[in-house]
Ligand binder design. Structure first.
Ligand code: PXP
Length: 238
């Protein structure tokens, strides 16, 4: 069964909407862990639209599971990443205009930078994954860059309907198999919710799912314990 990592960015989004001290994403993360989350993910964006530097450091100190630090490759963010000593790092592309991370990283184009950043993070003991589209060329470039993991971008699958969704699922399956064959470990995430996650749980070699928005949104109605617990039950039953 893949581990559930809960992405807490959007707890911070609510707080930042009013620049208040609440809701506290760190307290929320502790509740998610108590409800069974096996890891906590946060994305420190260049524009600091949700998670703040202090949140990252408090998460580092207080959570008891694994911290997965999502980050882009800008020098400023890489410096923070190196200070965090997270158990895991997920390298993502970032653009100021996007509402959320849109596409995967272009690992081929970023190869030189990845070859600097990946060993620096790995030296601190972090497992490094690249968030990429389920594309064999991207997988090959991720392996060439020295990543241990890929996080397969499930957004196109999640956004598709009907026959297109089935084709996107096939692409994810083929990508997971290819990743394993070239020595990469497999995570997945983005756009997953209570309706579309079950088929993704069946991806071969899948170790971890990163899910945020759907769980935070559900928690507004049912509370953290139920929202996290319901997703874990769904993963277990898949
Ligand atoms: N994985 C990555 C790399 C992401 O950027 C995000 C969004 O921050 C997620 C997973 C989680 O996506 P969602 O919030 O749609 O569950």
């Amino acid at each position: 069964m893949p581990r559930l990592h809960v992405n807490i960015d959007h707890v911070a989004t609510v707080r930042q909407a009013r620049r208040e001290a609440f809701p506290d994403p760190v307290a929320w993360a502790l509740r998610a862990e108590a409800a069974g989350a096996e890891g906590i993910t946060c994305h420190l964006r260049v524009d600091r639209r949700h998670i703040q530097d202090d949140d990252v450091m408090r998460l580092r100190e207080r959570i008891g599971t694994r911290l997965n630090f999502e980050m882009c490759l800008t020098p400023e963010i890489v410096t923070v990443g190196l200070e965090v000593n997270a158990e895991a790092y997920c390298l993502v592309p970032e653009s100021r205009e996007e509402v959320t991370t849109e596409g995967g990283l272009d690992a081929g184009r970023e190869l030189a930078r990845l070859r600097e950043v990946i060993p620096a993070l790995a030296e601190r003991g972090g497992e490094v994954s690249l968030f990429i589209d389920p594309d064999p060329h991207q997988l090959d470039a991720a392996a060439e860059a020295g990543a241990a993991f890929v996080e397969l971008h499930t957004g196109p699958y999640a956004n598709a309907g009907g026959a297109q969704r089935a084709r996107e699922l096939e692409r994810l399956i083929t990508a997971a198999e290819h990743a394993h064959a070239i020595g990469l470990r497999v995570n997945a995430g983005h756009g997953l919710d209570y309706e579309n996650t079950t088929p993704v749980v069946g991806l071969p070699y899948l170790e971890e799912l990163n899910i945020g928005f759907a769980i935070v949104a559900e928690a507004l109605t049912t509370g953290v314990d139920q929202a996290v617990g319901r997703m874990i039950a769904l993963i277990r039953e898949a």
